[in-house]
Ligand binder design. Structure first.
Ligand SMILES: Cc1cc2nc3c(=O)[nH]c(=O)nc-3n(C[C@H](O)[C@H](O)[C@H](O)COP(=O)(O)OP(=O)(O)OC[C@H]3O[C@@H](n4cnc5c(N)ncnc54)[C@H](O)[C@@H]3O)c2cc1C
Length: 552
């Protein structure tokens, strides 16, 4: 006899697991999230919440809550400053890194935000508390699972006194981080390279540090010096800072004492540094050779790991959770075929590969900027600083101007979206070029009344109509959707702006705001069959067991 029955068991309450629970919960799907820890403390590491992640939060109604959780306010300048050391000389500067400035931009509905990951997680957990179908349990460890055609039975241990519990579910998702036990369970292995360098992550309190240097406010100061190449920046109220020395020698031990000495040495600023937490981390370039076995999936850090430069890890995990979430919900609600679930790995893997390449490239660019004599206060030192400043501006901008990666990724080529004769357009990584080519993110538009076009999209599919005509097409689409039970919202935006942006009168948009099809006349029920996995052809082309993971 099973003790608990749910539709989806989610293992891990990091950003990926929390995001998945929200995506399911807002659709009324019941799920249980088990987290082996209490998930408190400073250890969660991300600070960059990208534009796209905040757009998901807007969809969930909590982008404003995240803005309110910003320790220094969303107006705090998102400058990234390269210096020899905090007490030293400036080399280069990037303003509005990651597009964190809250000014309205036509390209997106939400700016990025510099905010500690633990604050983001608090906002996600608060949203979960409003969703009655979600059951979040801390200090409960996932132990094992067995699946059959009928479902999965998992065994968990409740350290809070509940003992061993059996949880029966339709699906299990391992959002259980880099050492994922669920990944092991499904026999997936990580491919690539691990332990690319040795780094520390130190959180400290230092009242007065913000005023003890000449470089002005910034979110990150990169210190380029031979003593201790490192990054540091303000992290939270209460004079909390982070400090991340990179390429630390193997014989350097990490203690509170050595951490304080390292900060002094790297910054050149003598003051009291209260160490709050310190740990070691190793960047990896790894991707799982499979994301699924039957009814069990992995997402987030459990299936891809990359260096943090560019701030992609947590953001990718949240995007995985949205992709898998709407698809699981559609299958559980009965309006999509289980074949749609094959599209999760098929569509997300190329995105993960591109991001891994970007992050690894960022890491390589970082290693190449060190020069001797950078701190000399003579003409030679000035020349060296100019040269390094130029090199940083040329090679490091990709890390902080990455909208093409964040918004420009595509599912073109997936058998679950339409194909067009013209080749799919590419968005360069530093520049986002909107396109309504099937598979791409629906181009963004501000409406005359100040709303975002995205605010009009439904929780299911949306048919965007950019022309006054096409009443017959709309009726046909509505009838087809009703017959197939597919939720379809009709959104009329008959403006030249929308028509030009989408280059079509009719555009079918998925629940994740990606374009599924566009055209001048409704093509019939076949398109709904394709995008919901009910088309035999789409089913034949994919199978989770036949997906070629390739090599990294
Ligand atoms: C120095 C550094 C800086 C970073 N900066 C950024 C950044 O700026 N932007 C960004 O996007 N990302 C960044 N990242 C990456 C980011 O922190 C991770 O990608 C993110 O935490 C992954 O989220 P997740 O939910 O997939 O996994 P995790 O956060 O690892 O969560 C997994 C959870 O699963 C739980 N779990 C594991 N096993 C079990 C079990 N058996 N039973 C129950 N629960 C279990 C764990 O306790 C954990 O809480 C950075 C990483 C580092 C190291």
């Amino acid at each position: 006899m099973s003790d608990v029955r749910t539709s989806v068991l989610i293992v891990g309450a990091g950003p990926t697991g929390l995001g998945l629970a929200i995506e399911l919960g807002v659709r009324g799907i019941d799920c249980v999230v088990v987290e082996r820890n209490d998930r408190v403390g400073y250890a969660p590491r991300a600070k960059t919440t990208h534009t796209r992640t905040r757009e998901y939060l807007r969809r969930w109604g909590i982008a404003g809550d995240l803005a309110a959780a910003s320790p220094f306010g969303v107006d705090y300048p998102s400058n990234v400053v390269f210096v020899t050391r905090l007490a030293g000389l400036e080399l280069a500067r990037f303003e509005n890194a990651f597009n964190c400035a809250p000014a309205q931009n036509d390209l997106y509905s939400e700016h990025a935000q510099w905010v500690p990951q633990y604050r983001l997680e608090e906002v996600l957990r608060a949203r979960l508390e409003t969703l009655p179908s979600v059951d979040l349990r801390f200090n409960v460890r996932f132990e094992s699972a067995e699946q059959s055609p009928a479902g999965v039975v998992s065994r968990v241990t409740d350290a809070g006194g509940g003992g061993s519990i059996a949880i029966q579910s339709d699906y299990v998702v391992g959002a259980d981080g880099a050492r994922s036990p669920v990944r092991e369970l499904i026999g997936a292995t990580m491919q690539g390279a691990s332990g690319l360098s040795r780094n520390f992550n130190i959180i400290f309190r230092a009242p007065g540090l913000a005023d003890a240097h000449p470089h002005g406010p910034a979110i990150m100061y990169w210190q380029v010096n031979p003593d201790m190449p490192s990054t540091l920046g303000p992290m939270d109220k209460g004079d909390l800072w982070f400090f991340m020395p990179s390429n630390v020698p193997a014989d350097l031990a990490l203690t509170d004492e050595s951490a304080g000495a390292l900060i002094r040495k790297a910054t050149g600023i003598e003051m009291a540094y209260e160490i709050l937490s310190s740990d070691e981390w190793l960047p990896n370039r790894l991707i799982a050779d499979r994301y699924r076995r039957g009814r069990i999936f992995i997402a987030g850090d459990a299936c891809h790991l990359h260096p943090p430069l560019g701030g992609y890890g947590m953001n990718m995990g949240v995007a995985d959770s949205v992709d898998l979430g709407w698809k699981l919900a559609a299958v559980l609600q009965g309006w999509a075929d289980p074949a749609l679930l094959d599209s999760y790995e098929l569509e997300r893997r190329p995105v993960h590969r591109r991001v891994i390449d970007e992050a690894v490239g960022n890491q390589a660019a970082h290693g190449a900027v060190m020069r001797p004599g950078l701190e000399a206060e003579d003409a030679e030192g000035e020349t060296a600083r100019q040269a390094v400043g130029d090199l940083i501006r040329q090679t490091r901008h990709k890390e902080f101007r990455s909208l093409g990666v964040v918004l420009g990724y595509t599912y073109a080529g997936s058998p679950f979206v339409a194909t067009e004769a013209a080749p799919a357009p590419e968005s360069p990584s530093t520049e986002y070029q909107p396109s309504a080519y099937p598979g791409r993110l629906a181009p963004h538009l501000w409406l005359g009344d100040g709303r975002s076009l995205y605010d009009l999209f439904g929780a299911g599919f949306t048919l965007l109509v950019t022309d006054e005509d096409h009443a017959a097409d709309v009726i046909a689409a509505t009838d087809d959707a009703a017959q197939m039970g597919v939720p379809l919202e009709i959104v009329r935006v008959p403006t030249p702006g929308a028509a030009d942006l989408y280059e079509a009168a009719l555009v079918l948009i998925r629940p994740d705001q990606h374009v599924a099809w566009r055209g001048e006349a409704w093509p019939g029920a076949g398109i709904l069959a394709r995008v919901t996995g009910r088309l035999g052809e789409a089913r034949a082309e994919t199978s989770s067991d036949r997906l070629d993971a390739g090599s990294l």
